[in-house]
Design a protein around this ligand. Sequence first.
Ligand code: ASP
Ligand code: MG
Length: 417
Amino acid sequence: MKVFKFGGASVKDAAAVKNVADILERYSGEKLIVVVSAMGKTTNLLEEVHRLRFHQLDYSDALQRMKDYHITIAAELFGEHAEAMELLIKRLDELEDYLKEPCSNEFDREYDQVVSYGEIVSTTLVEAYLRVRNIASRWLDAREIIITDDCYRNARILWDTCKQKVNDILSEFEKNDVLVLQGFIGKSLRGYTTTLGREGSDFTASIMAFLLDAESVTIWKDVPGMLNADPKWFKDTVKLDKISFKEAIELAYYGASVIHPKTIKPLQNKGIPLYIKSFIHPLEEGSVIQESEEFDGAVPSYIFKGNQVLVSVIPKDFSFVAEDNLKEIFETLSSLGVRINLMENSAISFSFCIDKDEYKQEQLFEKLKNNYTIKYNENLTLITIRHYDDKTIQKLAEGRQILLEQRSRATVRMIVR
Ligand code: ASP
Ligand code: MG
């Protein structure tokens, strides 16, 4: 059995959904778990609906756009198959009913109940369309399998409970070849829908592969595979044909956006290879992430993280930055959920680079200002180069001012303006 994951771009309109069915037809005879994200930019739209509703503002326009978008796709996919359209309308009505209920003051929990409909609706459409194409498929509710804690919007997987649940679905393969389920969503033990963090559908695919001991996972993307740089920033990118789990974790950690950072660990633990392939050119090779580190250093990879803030804190009493100050600084950062992207210390200062977040920054400075003088620079970019060479460093640093640089054997990191 294989696990496939189709992201938002791969199901963004009727033609894209048809393309997904074309790809699946090529695998006929195989048992497939197909994980699907919300269509196109639906998640953003539902975030907007949620935000407006939470603040008791009029969300009807945003909701209408969400509905129209899906109804248009369905009309094109199903034509006279009234049944499929009815299924969609039923789901949209469910969402609307939920929205009309009084909104609690738990922002994150309400978010998950609303935003999860992107995936519920997309899988409903995709699965119904597969049946129109005579692919033996079945819709599954991820919330019956992916059981989580109730840390809404960033829920953690309760692995043992998931393991118990997953066996139930194996019998579905007796009558069906393709089981379609939602990425990104789960359910807490209290019975509320949860989500796994933005872009979390990759992680769902990896969880399913882990639970079912799948033979492989394939993430179908609008790029030819894992590239050595973000094609949004660079046009001369190179495909990494084969890299190790370890390298992929490093790249994801430094901010490479091609796969969700949590995706790798479950696959590595069971030695399940991860393929990244183009849904536009499905016959092409793509990339594979697997155990062997043999090819990791073949090409330099670079990752840009924009909107960075470099903060330096200096103890007011001119004491050395030592374990006790660091403890206080780390505790403050951790209590606010601020993640450090890079750090460095000197005798009397500690510097760290974080993502810009107006609200958290203000709280952070407020908490530290009694004991520390705080200096900071904004609008910076953090560049990470894996397997660097001089040529790549020169090319990327050209015309920029470097505020801080760190080098290890495999990695150079620069904070630049
Ligand atoms: N639809 C969710 C998001 O856009 C999950 C995903 O796409 O992986 O964040
Ligand atoms: Mg998405």
